[in-house]
Design a protein around this ligand. Structure first.
Ligand code: NAD
Ligand code: MG
Length: 399
């Protein structure tokens, strides 16, 4: 028996839906994984419990005050944990030489810099934080290549596509592998059947009640508008080096098929499973091996049917906005993502109605400048400008 040291894992966004599912997979395999660092934003009570159970070397919070509270707790419990605060500390733990694997599970643009730091440090990067890739596209992918990082998708659709692609797709490219296109499936969210006339009255809690997945509030709203599928389309273009035209979005309300790859010989490969994020998380953590994820076996008799449909443009305008932004290229996906983050937050704060989310994004895109992006600075500048403009528009719309 060879005694191999467990992999050291850094979890960015440990207290969220992806973070806690990641810790559940780690909990099942203490011989394979150990926690090196945990980071959180506001949910300090959850972080305290995680510190007690997983005993990381580092725990990070953005704000000094919360970090002080955690520090007192760590001393009281006599835990050997270094508590850090500030955004630079996120980069520090994500790129620390002791870390093997970084789970990028912060929501939104706040995750970009630490995720990029992990890529630049050549880590195994498990990417849940799709907004980071949508914002920075080529810059992120270049950093992965240049620094020899391993990028594995956690988003269930991209993880499914990855599983359905041949191993050599990275070297050969999609076309050389005889692939016709990628079929990106989406449930259509909670409002698949609601009449359009009822859309303006949708509340945040209704939008966050997803029929199949239990997720953070931001991605839940994105799923309801299908901006999530739009962001995923952009994410797939970067991850698999394809164009938006090579991706077909199909509604599949049961969320059993997580996405598919269509080959030129008529074969279609699909990855299936119960809708439980521990499957893609365990897949990426153990890749290329497989480990138990704690997910119930798929019971075909219980599912009984799988259905498919076309997404309607009237119901899901955000999907077209995202696809258009990707076709435009340059800073358009960055501006789209920034406007969406502001719009979703305003909707959650009950400042905007549900249908105003798409309107706000569209108006932000038409009233901010298109530009090429070649540096991280230009990405951050486009993000800032679009955020400010979107915030102004929120105020105009609510005035
Ligand atoms: P969540 O809201 O449940 O958790 C977000 C985490 O990020 C929390 O730990 C929070 O503390 C941290 N965080 C939030 N704002 C931060 C900030 N400004 N600075 C530092 N940390 C901050 O979200 P989630 O559902 O776990 O999603 C996380 C990411 O994974 C998102 O990008 C989402 O799109 C993606 N994702 C989630 C799922 C899912 O099933 N939940 C599926 C696919 C992809
Ligand atoms: Mg997804």
């Amino acid at each position: 028996i060879v005694n191999i040291k467990p992999e050291d894992v850094c979890i960015l966004g440990a207290t969220g839906s992806i973070g806690t599912n990641t810790l559940d997979v780690i909990r099942r395999h203490p011989d394979k994984y150990q926690v090196f660092a945990l980071t959180a934003h506001r949910n300090i009570e959850q972080l305290k419990l995680q510190c007690v159970e997983f005993k990381p070397k580092y725990a990070v919070l953005p704000e000094a005050e919360l970090a002080q509270e955690l520090q007192s707790f760590v001393e009281y419990k006599e835990l050997d944990i270094t508590v850090l605060h500030g955004v630079d500390s996120l980069d520090f733990v994500a790129s620390h030489e002791s870390v093997d694997t970084v789970m990028a599970a912060i929501v939104g643009a706040a995750g970009l810099l630490p995720t990029l730091a992990a890529a630049k440090a050549g880590k195994k990067v498990l990417l849940a934080n799709k907004e980071a890739l949508v914002m920075s596209g080529a810059i992120f992918m270049d950093a992965v290549k240049k620094h020899g990082a391993t990028l594995l998708p956690i988003d269930s659709e991209h993880n499914a596509i990855f599983q359905c692609l041949p191993e050599h797709f990275v070297e050969k490219g999609i076309e050389e592998c005889g692939i016709h296109n990628i079929v990106l499936t989406g449930s259509g969210g909670p409002f698949l059947k609601k009449t359009l006339a009822e859309f303006p009255a949708i509340t945040p809690d209704e939008a966050c009640a997803h029929p199949n997945w239990d997720m953070g509030r931001k991605i839940s709203v994105d799923s309801a508008t299908m901006m999530n599928k739009g962001l995923e389309l952009i994410e797939a273009c970067w991850l698999f080096d394809v164009k938006p035209e090579q991706i077909e979005v199909v509604l599949h309300p049961q969320s059993i098929i997580h996405s598919m790859v269509r080959y030129n010989d008529g074969s279609v490969l699909a990855q299936m499973g119960n809708p439980d994020m521990r499957t893609p998380i365990a897949h990426a953590m153990a890749f290329p091996d497989r480990v138990d994820a704690g997910v119930a076996p798929l019971d075909f008799m219980e599912i009984s049917q799988l259905t498919f449909d076309r997404p309607s443009k009237e119901r899901y305008p955000c999907l077209a906005l995202a696809s258009e932004a990707m076709k435009q290229g340059g800073n358009s996906p960055t501006r789209l993502n920034a406007a969406n983050e502001v719009a979703v937050q305003a909707f959650l704060d009950e400042k905007l109605g549900f249908t105003q989310i798409a309107e706000l994004i569209q108006q932000t895109l038409t009233s901010t400048e298109y530009a090429e992006v070649s540096t991280l600075e230009s990405v951050l500048a486009a993000d800032k400008e679009a955020r400010e403009r979107a915030q102004q528009l929120v105020e105009e719309m609510t005035a």
